[in-house]
Design a protein around this ligand. Structure first.
Ligand SMILES: *[C@@H]1O[C@H](CO)[C@@H](O)[C@H](O)[C@H]1NC(C)=O
Ligand SMILES: *[C@@H]1O[C@H](CO)[C@@H](O)[C@H](O)[C@H]1NC(C)=O
Ligand SMILES: *[C@@H]1O[C@H](CO)[C@@H](O)[C@H](O)[C@H]1NC(C)=O
Ligand SMILES: *[C@@H]1O[C@H](CO)[C@@H](O)[C@H](O)[C@H]1NC(C)=O
Length: 416
């Protein structure tokens, strides 16, 4: 019964999460945050200037949309970085639900000489203690690292609905000397993303994944947000170790945990996340823990629908590529222009969610031989500069919402 109930709760959470994320993105596009006072000109930081610049629409010639074209990526020449791409699928889910995404991953890996591990989540008996499928996947990843992946190689965990849109980019590019655990900021809000991480298969990397998986057993009986919610208190504990102990943690850290404990919905959950980020600090590098968290837009994947399926050569992977979500790119010029205009003006438009820009199924044998061409939807391509402008504009809108939510948590501070 307990299991059934938690499954039901999970389904409800998933449904609400989907609805809310759509709502959030919608409100972001609608400029929801502009209802409250904008950052005043008096705080003349570089950020304000950049925010103002980002508020001007990027110039683009919409009548110069490209056409589909082939890209012939070359295999990487230096294969000294060994990576296993780990995909763990809930038993019972049909792999076909992710066919397009996985095809791109398999081709990409075959080309560059990375390993792909796609498995159901019932392989390791040690992971059966996990009732939450999201944490079970991290347990599975930990077991793979222990049993199958070579010491000091790398594991790139990704959701099943992550695919490659730019085969020329390398996982290797994301590695930096002295860092062993890599994450990135989610795009649609101020979350750290649990949908993917890149870790070195050594004691530190394995320890990180194991500890994260075990956070399931520390979930409060509240609207906790499963693994993506838990990633925040977990990272707070990991990066600011004194927050582990009630005796040494700051009042702010105690507030974050108490918010999680009392969470009744997304406002509370997102407030908790914003709170933990305040304790952790908005940094990319945490050298003492060998952790790097890529800022919004600098990570290796984001939800394809956020920018109405547009991509640039600076992009690498995309998330949210479920077969059931795919739509056809509008065939008429007006529809196509509408897609582009929605991107540039950051307004809602479901018509171009989600068009995967790799148009043809890839032949993995040919990928391995380095002879496969990727047929790209050139009409959805934007240049790097436009990408940066659009990303900045969106990121500043979300930053405003994050700051506002931090303010709102003041009402949740309990008098002692
Ligand atoms: C837009 O692109 C078209 C086709 O490339 C070109 O003919 C036109 O002059 C461009 N317009 C502007 C304003 O750059
Ligand atoms: C290959 O890459 C590794 C890791 O980045 C580097 O240490 C090594 O020097 C490279 N080898 C060559 C031949 O460039
Ligand atoms: C969370 O709530 C439980 C009971 O509801 C309480 O025992 C625990 O101390 C709370 N933890 C925090 C961090 O507030
Ligand atoms: C965009 O960036 C990518 C990688 O950062 C680079 O390879 C490419 O040449 C750039 N494209 C343009 C048009 O500047």
């Amino acid at each position: 019964l307990q299991k059934m109930r938690s499954k039901q709760v999970q389904n409800i959470v998933a449904a609400v999460a989907l609805f809310l994320s759509l709502l959030m993105i919608y409100s972001a596009f609608k400029g929801w945050s502009t209802r409250s006072a904008p950052v005043t000109a008096r705080s003349t930081s570089a950020a304000t200037t950049a925010a103002a610049a980002a508020d001007q629409f990027p110039m683009i010639n919409t009548s110069s949309l490209g056409q589909p074209y082939y890209v012939y990526p070359k295999a990487r020449t230096n294969t000294s970085v060994a990576v296993t791409i780990v995909i763990v699928v809930t038993v019972g889910t049909k792999m076909e639900a992710f066919a397009t995404a996985m095809n791109s991953i398999e081709c990409y890996a075959a080309l560059h000489g990375y390993t792909v591990s796609v498995e159901y989540d019932n392989k390791f008996t040690e992971c059966e203690v996990h009732e939450d499928k999201f944490f079970r996947r991290h347990c599975h990843t930990h077991k793979l690292m222990q049993n199958q992946i070579k010491e000091d190689d790398w594991a790139l965990f990704i959701d099943g609905d992550v695919g490659v849109v730019n085969p020329k980019r390398l996982i290797d590019e994301y590695l930096e000397d002295g860092y062993e655990i890599y994450l990135f900021d989610r795009f649609y809000n101020w979350e750290y993303a649990a949908l993917s991480y890149l870790v070195k298969n050594n004691a530190r990397g394995r320890g990180w994944v194991e500890e994260f998986s075990k956070f399931e057993f520390k979930l409060p009986e509240s609207f906790h947000g499963t693994d993506n919610g838990a990633l925040h208190p977990f990272l707070m504990n990991y990066l600011v170790p004194e927050t582990r102990d009630p005796k040494t943690r700051s009042r702010t850290a105690a507030l974050c945990l108490s918010l999680w404990n009392r969470s009744k919905g997304f406002d509370d959950l997102f407030g908790m996340q914003a709170c933990t980020r305040m304790v952790i600090g908005e940094r990319e590098h945490f050298p003492e823990h060998k952790v790097k968290i890529y800022q919004k837009g600098n990570g290796w994947a984001h939800d394809l629908w956020i920018f109405h399926s547009h991509w640039a050569t600076d992009d690498f992977m995309m998330h949210s590529l479920k077969e059931e979500n795919f739509v056809q790119f509008p065939s008429d010029e007006a529809g196509q222009k509408h897609c582009r205009d929605s991107l540039l003006n950051l307004v809602g438009n479901g018509a171009c969610h989600v068009v995967f820009p790799v148009l043809k199924k890839l032949n993995v044998e040919k990928c391995k031989a380095g002879t496969e061409g990727w047929l790209m939807e050139g009409r959805l391509q934007i240049d790097n500069e436009t990408r940066k402008k659009v990303y900045d504009k969106m990121a500043y809108r979300i930053l405003k919402q994050q700051m506002e939510l931090v303010g709102k948590t003041a009402a949740k501070i309990q008098d002692v």
